[in-house]
Design a protein around this ligand. Structure first.
Ligand code: UDP
Ligand code: MG
Length: 319
């Protein structure tokens, strides 16, 4: 009998949690030959999310909870969940039912064939999402795939079921700046992609503002490509060639027509352009330097404040 660990990151999801559990228990009842554990990760919620998790833990001992000392982000929650997963398989699932639990039996079946190590999902449409957000996302995927060797699949969700070997590989990558979509691609393994239409949230609100998504996309770019770093060298070479040509033109022109002093507006433009490019390049270097700085500090990816694990241990000790 196989065991599936379901990892559910939650941030201020008091409304969505009970709905999720009722849906998920239907699926668990359906998959009788599989053992389950649901690892709820409370990512520093400020509402009643943790209390809801405790209630679920009292109701059903397959539900475990891990509560962070503050909001560390979804990536940290995924890592904490995978680290504590004891199953032969691990699935990552949002609590808002945008990752339909009803897909799990099919995903499990695909892994049973032995042809794949993981089953991942992507959405086929972006309906229900603001147009500007879709446009920015599409542009990000196009850009990052052009400059990175690691494939980052457009529209990929974090919802996936993995075998233990892949989970161990993902865990071995204990980097601080985590970008799961890239990490899953980087570790390799055979992945089957399933598609489904975008589903509206069951309750609550999305936690991703455009600003948060922007910084997340920067994580993806700097985490999986060093191409922007060569921009400085490429532009440097281009500008050298250009300025050499201009020097020749000016010398020849002065020799033939003399030297009337003019052209300060064009000079001002050139100074602005070149200093702008220099600042941009310094900024890019700074971006990578800051990531390196954070990596070398080896800061903790998450800090636990409360967990149901100790209860489990206490139970085992008293038995
Ligand atoms: N989430 C989290 N920490 C955060 C933001 C989000 O654990 O800082 C969780 C959230 O509770 C949800 C999942 O990540 O279960 C996906 O978030 P959301 O639904 O807001 O994102 P969207 O589906 O809109 O991309
Ligand atoms: Mg969602």
């Amino acid at each position: 009998m196989g065991k599936i660990s379901i990892i559910v990151p939650c941030y201020n999801e008091e409304a969505a949690l009970p709905i999720y559990y009722s849906e998920m228990s239907k699926v668990m009842d359906q998959m009788k030959d599989v053992e389950f554990e649901i690892l709820f990760v409370d990512d520093g919620s400020t509402d009643q999310t943790l209390q809801q998790m405790k209630i679920l833990n009292d109701q059903d001992e397959r539900c475990q909870y891990f509560s962070f000392s503050r909001n560390f982000g979804k990536e940290a929650a995924i890592y904490a969940g995978l680290k504590n997963a004891t199953g032969d398989y691990a699935a990552i699932m949002d609590v808002d039912l945008q990752d339909p639990p009803s897909l799990l039996p099919k995903m499990y079946e695909i892994l049973q064939t032995g042809d794949y190590d993981s089953v991942a999902t992507r959405r086929s449409t972006r309906s229900g999402e603001p147009k500007i957000r879709s446009f920015l996302s599409e542009s990000f995927y196009k850009f990052v795939n052009r400059i990175s060797k690691t494939e980052i699949v457009n529209g990929a969700r974090d919802y996936r079921l993995m075998k233990r070997n892949m989970v161990d590989a993902v865990l071995a990558m204990s980097e601080y700046n985590r970008f799961s979509k890239g990490i899953f691609g980087w570790v390799g393994f055979r992945t089957k992609w399933l598609e489904y239409e975008n589903i509206e949230r069951s309750a609550g609100e999305t936690k991703w503002s455009v600003k948060k998504l922007f910084f997340y996309s920067m994580e993806g770019i700097t985490g999986f490509s060093v191409a922007p770093l060569s921009l400085a060298s490429v532009l440097g070479i281009l500008f050298c060639i250009l300025s050499f040509l201009m020097i020749v033109v000016i010398i020849v022109r002065t020799c033939i027509w003399g030297d009337p002093v003019s052209g300060w507006p064009s000079l001002a433009c050139i100074i602005f352009l070149v200093s702008g490019v220099q600042l941009l390049c310094t900024g890019i270097v700074g971006e990578y330097l800051s990531k390196t700085y954070l990596e070398t500090k080896k800061r903790l990816i998450f800090i636990l404040k409360d967990t149901s694990e100790h209860k489990k241990e206490m139970k085992h000790e008293t038995v």
